[in-house]
Design a protein around this ligand. Structure first.
Ligand SMILES: Cc1ncc(COP(=O)(O)O)c(C=O)c1O
Length: 383
């Protein structure tokens, strides 16, 4: 490596270290509700496996059902197999879209998809708290883009006659668990029918709605583009964009992330399919009810103990603690009591809002939630 490059790497890492913001990998073994590190067991409250499907027998069996491991080529060459086609068709039908295009991750779906489709619009509007993958896509689109105040859809100034605009936002925000205001969304769709919508449903699919169809189940009119993340409620990994047949064809022809990347393994597509099956059946409903009961219990107990929990009806529950030091200290105190909950610090969240981001799952029991609350109260010196 060139000395000049190495010097820059070292200087930038040292600056992060100085501010205690240097990220590092932690090697763990985990399920939705338990984490093991260096022989120690912890109750796990930092997993997005909201329904506990990563260990579901049907999902695991589907993963193991294929004789070959890799997909051996990009989607467009020979990587697209029966399992991919089945998953796309299953999702398109479940969500009511003409087509679903699969990606290796939701990050690639947002960044690649927005970079490709975004350049067809005159202007992009992004929620101020939009995920990093959305910002990457907007930047790569080369198109003019602006941000609107978080969840304040009405603050977007209408474009002049004939301007082609795309509004990009999320159904559930990953760092706060708060949701898109659906009434405002419907109103704006009505007031500005010339606007297209890009909605990231990473944390909604499988969790929201009686049938688990996510945010589209709660809307009268589905967004133009819907992004899915299979590493959350499906318990697997991967991403997708649900859209019109024309938009899907356009992505297949023009999106580099899709064209020049090895297709997700067929076994992964089979496992996601199995997870979607669970999500849309009675078992999925039971898991969503259990998750909802866990969220209710957590919030009731947190209120009784006067814990500073932000407003959220979702599995994502946040305690904004302010400084990095405080968030790290509380996370360490929890760990000492056998609870794993990672501290989230800037630049992932805005300056001065370092926090504990807790995730509840259907795999947690009431006893787990009581233990979490006791540990939090003790770590925060609450009553
Ligand atoms: C809102 C949102 N979109 C997209 C992603 C990216 O998902 P994936 O892990 O599949 O790349 C995440 C995950 O961190 C997310 O929270």
């Amino acid at each position: 490596m060139q000395a000049k490059v190495q010097a820059q790497i070292q200087a930038q890492l040292a600056s992060r270290q100085q501010r205690q913001r240097c990220r590092q990998l932690t090697t763990v073994t985990s399920t939705a509700s338990e984490l093991q590190l260096a022989g120690q067991r912890y109750l796990h409250f930092s997993s997005n496996d909201y329904l506990g499907l990563s260990t579901h027998p049907a999902v695991r069996a589907a993963w193991c059902s294929l004789a070959t491991v890799g997909s051996r080529a990009s989607t467009l060459v020979t990587g697209y197999q029966t399992e991919h086609a089945r998953l796309s068709a299953q999702l398109a039908e479940f969500l009511g879209y003409e087509a679903v295009v699969l990606f290796g991750s939701a990050f690639a779906a947002n960044s690649g998809g927005l970079a490709t489709l975004g350049r067809l619009y005159d202007k992009l509007w992004l929620d101020r708290l939009a995920h990093a993958s959305i910002i990457a896509g907007a930047q790569q689109s080369g198109q003019s883009w602006r941000r609107f105040r978080h969840n304040q859809l009405q603050t977007m100034t209408p474009g002049s006659e004939g301007t082609c605009e795309l509004v990009v936002t999320e159904s559930v925000f990953s760092m706060d668990g708060d949701q898109l205001p659906l009434t405002d969304y419907a109103q704006l769709q009505h007031q500005r029918p010339q606007v297209d919508w890009w909605l990231d449903d990473a944390h909604g699919f499988g969790v929201l709605g009686d049938e688990g169809r996510g945010i589209v189940e709660l809307m009268q009119q589905a967004p133009t583009y819907l992004v899915l993340a299979f590493g959350k409620a499906c318990g697997v990994a991967g991403g997708a964009i649900a859209c019109s047949a024309d938009a899907a064809n356009y992505l297949i022809n023009y999106c580099p992330e899709l064209i020049y990347s090895t297709a997700m393994p067929a076994a992964q597509a089979a496992a996601i399919s199995a997870a979607v099956e669970v999500i849309c059946q009675a078992e999925g409903q039971q898991l969503r009810s259990r998750l909802a009961a866990n969220v209710r219990l957590f919030r009731e107990l947190a209120q009784q103990r006067e814990l500073p929990v932000s407003a959220s009806a979702h599995a994502i529950q946040t305690l904004v603690l302010g400084t990095d030091e405080r968030a790290l200290a509380v996370s360490a105190k929890l760990r000492a009591q056998g609870i794993w909950c990672s501290a989230i610090r800037p630049p992932t969240v805005p300056e001065g809002t370092a926090r504990l981001r807790l995730t509840l799952t259907a795999a947690h029991t009431e006893v787990h939630i009581h233990r979490l609350i006791d540990a939090l109260a003790s770590a925060l010196d609450a009553p």
